[in-house]
Design a protein around this ligand. Structure first.
Ligand code: F6R
Length: 261
């Protein structure tokens, strides 16, 4: 696990990395698409702004990219402004050219939710797995909607959102926790761990405790992010406030890597 502490450009750095990876990808008959897993949430907004900017400047194309979103609320109409379908359209997909069939977002209104999850896993496998996983981190250490206590071998499934997450996300629902769905569909930790590379973006002091656990704690299910210690290629991109609880020694040990050539 590498720590990249940056001033305010977590979104720009991540977008640049994504751009480099897509550029370097060579399409073959066996592997025609580069597969990216995409988050929603406040932290990701800057990433999408920069990706859209690169695209509009003609520096980045998505023709050979397939995307899988990490999660979606259960029971919120796809047209609801706070559904992850709407979030992705508004902040990313409406501004880029990508064939519709290369975009995958879990359907939280499917009549058979378990089948929806199974098919999602099969589809990820069909495309050869996730090449680049992009995620944020919850204040409670969740990745995607894998809340504390989630099994490290979990796959895409129905999850109950924790009180912490409902409270944190109520900021998108006029601060009213009763409007935040209590359940969601989410990729599992097992699904995420099979990704070839993982990038976690973290900004702001509210993420400091979770990042402390990510780097200084033992791997444990109370802090789902700690599972990433066992992944061979993880970059955590954090601004100064988010990285403020991580000790100097750890920063020296984990911080030495060249991220973007
Ligand atoms: C959203 C997701 C979540 C968020 C996390 C951080 O698709 O998977 O894990 O990445 O809750 O959210 P923000 O960025 O809003 O603090």
């Amino acid at each position: 696990m590498y720590l990249i502490e940056s001033e305010e450009n977590v979104g720009f750095l991540t977008a640049s990395y994504v751009k480099n990876r897509i550029e370097a990808f060579i399409t073959t008959p066996e592997k025609p698409y580069f597969v990216i897993a995409l988050p929603t949430g406040g932290t990701s907004l800057d990433l999408y702004n920069h990706l859209v900017k690169f695209h509009k400047e003609g520096l980045l194309k998505f023709d050979n990219v397939v995307t899988f979103n990490l999660d979606e609320y259960i029971g919120l109409p796809a047209k609801h402004p706070e559904s992850y379908h709407s979030f992705m359209a508004r902040n990313f997909f409406d501004h880029i050219k990508i064939p519709q069939e290369q975009v995958n977002i879990l359907n939280g209104n499917a009549s058979d939710l378990e089948k929806e999850c199974r098919l999602y896993e099969e589809k990820i496998k069909h495309y050869g797995g996730i090449d680049l996983f992009l995620g944020g981190i919850g204040q409670n250490g969740h990745i995607a909607f894998n809340e504390p206590g989630s099994s490290f071998s979990s796959r895409t499934r129905i999850v109950n959102l924790s009180e912490d997450t409902i409270k944190a996300n109520s900021r998108f629902f006029n601060g009213d926790i009763s409007l935040v769905p209590s359940r969601a569909l989410s990729m599992g930790l097992g699904t995420i761990m099979e990704s070839k590379e993982v990038i976690i973006m973290a900004t702001g002091i509210k993420k400091a405790q979770a990042l402390y656990h990510a780097f200084e704690d033992k791997t444990n299910t109370a802090w789902p992010i700690t599972i990433l210690q066992k992944h061979p290629r993880v970059f955590v991109l954090a601004d100064k406030p988010a990285a403020s609880e991580i000790s100097k020694t750890i920063k020296q040990n984990y911080g030495l890597c060249s991220f973007i050539k």
